[in-house]
Design a protein around this ligand. Structure first.
Ligand code: HEM
Length: 458
């Protein structure tokens, strides 16, 4: 009896393993990254561009990409890896310490970096970096061991999902190296080349890798497509990992040598273009433009969120191929403004919209909501429209050349739309979670009393 209870409580823990990740991601997004996304462009438009602005922009980037997006995809990986691997989550007792270390590391880094001229905050920055690295290594162990059977006979979704914590660890190790230098020297801004390498690893290594891993299993199902073939999936995963390794590797060599070269620029830019090619393969396999889908009636409106995710993903892939290809021919790295714009199309149009849409289609909380209190049919389209508008304001207009005050006010508006969308989604998730807990308790009570479960949804 005792061991049956233990099995049940383990299953229960696995069933809610994603919950703290999602809440932490949404809190860091709304009160950290997205708040800065609104304030930074307003500050710049009003003439407040200085060293501290750049330092806060780097804090915004880290909180958004590792905090908001990273915690979310890690939470989803914790939930989905056992299902994809058809087993239990490995090293379950490590999950909470790893989660606490990552959140503490993010907060310490965000507080420490802008204030490294005080010894206390410099030490806090270094402690934050160490915590982030330890957490990343624990996630490599947890997700790697859970998906080990699917890695041995390599399944592309496993190669992609395990890639995410591996890249998290790589960027954390590089961050530890480069930002410890910063803390020692009392600097508050990470040098541009190093920072670009870290941010690229976070965006395309941690987040893209996880999104493609989950997408490979879910998008073809949503759109009634055949599953992505194993060879195509492996080519896609290899191009992504190899392209990124080349792109970031060129930056690391430049740091080690202390000087760049045309060859390194060409190699790095080719790496970026390869990442773009892997993205286009994913888009082709996932069903861009498919009008047919297999979503249940209560989820149908989410087609209008999923199709924009794929459209923005296609934009990101094409823009990386174009920018990387052109820079390689010219012997340059990709220009800073262009890369920032493309990364934000990806950040808002793909990452944020995919988080909001896929969570509502895949999480048990929203499945319970659909049974007990189905959402309005336009919810998916509203998120699709709002976040696409934010992607245009933050990414597409600057990519097309809009600059100066007009661009900054547009970005601030995009940030405002983004923060509202994520806060609304946070509220919907909190409400669905409460409903889900009540619903599952009612079902359990009925089961205990042998009452027919069909009466529940009335
Ligand atoms: C509409 C919403 C957003 C706005 C208005 C916004 C605004 C900004 C601004 C003004 C910068 C500084 C760019 C510069 O140095 O000139 C920046 C950088 C950055 N943002 Fe955003 N952002 C938004 C959403 C996001 C999201 C959703 C993510 C990630 C998921 C993200 C990740 C980053 C990163 C990684 C950087 C680079 C930071 C660095 O230089 O280290 N942003 N953003």
């Amino acid at each position: 009896m005792a061991s049956e209870k233990a099995v049940k409580s383990d299953a229960g823990r696995q069933d809610r393993v994603h919950v703290p990740f999602l809440y932490a991601s949404l809190l860091l997004g709304v009160f950290g990254g997205f708040s800065l996304a609104v304030s930074l462009p307003i500050e710049r438009a009003m003439g407040g561009f200085d060293v501290s602005w750049v330092s806060h922009a780097q804090v915004h980037g880290h909180l958004q990409v590792v905090g908001f997006a990273g915690l979310f995809v890690l939470g989803m990986s914790m939930r989905l890896s056992p299902r994809f691997g058809r087993g239990d989550l490995a090293f379950m007792p490590l999950v909470t310490p790893a989660f606490v270390l990552l959140v503490a590391g993010l907060l310490m880094r965000a507080l420490g970096q802008p204030l490294t001229d005080h010894g206390f905050f410099a030490a806090m920055l270094v402690a934050g970096l160490a915590a982030e690295l330890l957490a990343a290594l624990a996630f490599v162990l947890i997700i790697g061991a859970t998906l080990a059977p699917a890695l041995r006979n390599p399944q592309p979704h496993a190669v992609l999902l395990v890639g995410a914590p591996v890249w998290l660890a790589v960027q954390a190790a590089l961050g530890m190296w480069w930002l410890t230098d910063l803390a020692r020297d009392g600097g508050t801004i990470v040098e541009h080349g190093r920072n670009t390498a870290l941010v690229n690893l976070q965006f395309f290594g941690v987040v893209l890798s996880a999104l493609l891993g989950v997408g490979m299993r879910s998008f073809p199902t949503f759109f009634g497509m055949p599953p992505t073939s194993r060879p195509l999936g492996l080519v896609m995963a290899t191009l992504l990992h190899a392209g990124l390794a080349v792109w970031a590797g060129a930056a690391v060599i430049r740091v080690v040598n202390g000087v760049g070269s045309d060859t390194l620029n060409v190699v790095g830019s080719v790496g970026a273009a390869l990442v773009g090619v892997s993205i286009l393969l994913a888009v082709a396999a996932f069903g861009l433009g498919r009008r047919k889908h297999r979503l249940a009636a209560a989820s149908r409106g989410f087609v209008f969120a999923l199709q924009p995710v794929l459209a923005w993903l296609a934009f990101t892939g094409l823009a990386l191929i174009w920018a990387g290809g052109r820079a390689a021919v010219e012997g340059n790295p990709i220009g800073m403004q262009e890369l920032d714009a493309v990364r934000h199309v990806f950040a808002v149009g793909v990452i944020t919209l995919a988080i909001v849409a896929m969570a509502q289609l895949m999480l048990p909380e929203f499945a319970s909501e659909r049974i007990v209190n189905p959402p309005v049919p336009w919810r998916g389209a509203a998120f699709g429209l709002a976040l696409s508008a934010a992607a245009v304001l933050r990414g597409v207009l600057p990519w097309a050349g809009l600059a100066g005050d007009h661009a900054d006010w547009g970005m601030a508006l995009g940030g405002g739309i983004g923060i509202i969308a994520v806060a609304v989604f946070g509220y919907l998730y909190w409400r669905a979670r409460r409903g889900h807990v009540a619903y599952t308790q009612r079902i359990a009570a009925m089961r205990a009393r042998n009452t027919p479960i069909t009466t529940v949804s009335s």
